[in-house]
Design a protein around this ligand. Structure first.
Ligand code: 13P
Length: 249
């Protein structure tokens, strides 16, 4: 089956209430490309305001706790994201795996929590630079897939984002061939474990995607979209990526 292109902006720890105007501009212009699914993941503090400002827009969280409530100061539960109007959540981003010590088991539990709350889940994987240079990138990522992808999910509610850590925020990107090889390996591993459902799952590339390189990266084999950081903060930078996805259908 044809997989719809999916372009998601991860605002990370950027955005104050004034930046809701940027989200409005992004979603308004994304409407010109109805063949592409577009979502934004702002900081928790902006989810409610963004949903209110752009009704029906796909807005998500950047993380969630594994529990649905409890004494976890500073954390946000998946049902809270859903209650705030979010329809998706990113889990396992390398900035959390590395910065907050999240294991594959933690990421899997978070993915399960997001799915249980009715959210779509974007599950991130990716290798550090030393692993890429030693030739172990595919083994590293497939181990993350094995350890962090839940056993049960609807294929249209779980996407994988391959984000090589060394490409995030650096301006460096893998070759198109390396991206295609990694995505093909991920698809193969998912097919071995889940059968036909793997064909429905969307595999996104993330790491220094911008308006200049998006067309090439999005056209790589088994790439169904992009998870975009820095270039997702303004309509001017984000929309060329959406347009590139639209052009590829
Ligand atoms: P950049 O696009 O800023 O490299 O960030 C990618 C990323 O981490 C998205 O989740």
């Amino acid at each position: 089956m044809a997989r719809r292109k999916y372009v998601i902006g991860n605002w990370k720890m950027n955005g104050l209430s004034a930046t809701i105007a940027d989200a409005q501009a992004i979603f308004a212009a994304a409407g010109d490309h109805p063949g592409v699914d577009v979502a934004l993941c702002p900081p928790f503090t902006l989810i409610g305001a963004m949903v209110a400002a752009v009704p029906g827009a796909a807005v998500g969280g950047q993380d969630c706790h594994i529990a649905s409530s409890g004494a976890f100061t500073g954390s946000v539960a998946a049902p809270m994201l859903a209650d705030a109007g979010a329809s998706l959540v990113i889990v396992g981003h390398s900035e959390r795996r590395e910065g907050c010590g999240e294991s594959d088991a933690d990421v899997r539990a978070k993915a399960e929590a997001g799915l249980a709350a009715g959210l779509s889940v974007i599950l991130c994987v990716g290798e550090p630079r030393a692993v890429r240079e030693s030739g172990g990138a595919i083994d590293h990522v497939l181990a993350q897939i094995a350890g962090s992808v839940p056993d049960e999910f609807a294929a249209d509610r779980l996407a994988i984002a391959y984000e090589p850590i060394w490409a995030i925020g650096t301006g460096l990107v893998p070759t198109v061939g390396d991206v295609a090889a990694m995505h093909g390996a991920i698809r193969g591993a998912l097919a071995a474990r889940f059968g036909a459902a793997a064909e429905e799952m969307r595999l996104l590339y993330g790491g220094s995607v911008n308006g200049d390189n998006a067309a090439e990266l999005l056209d790589a084999g088994d790439v169904d979209g992009a998870l975009v950081g820095g270039a997702s903060l303004t309509a001017g930078k984000f929309l060329p990526i959406v347009a590139a996805a639209a052009a590829l259908g």
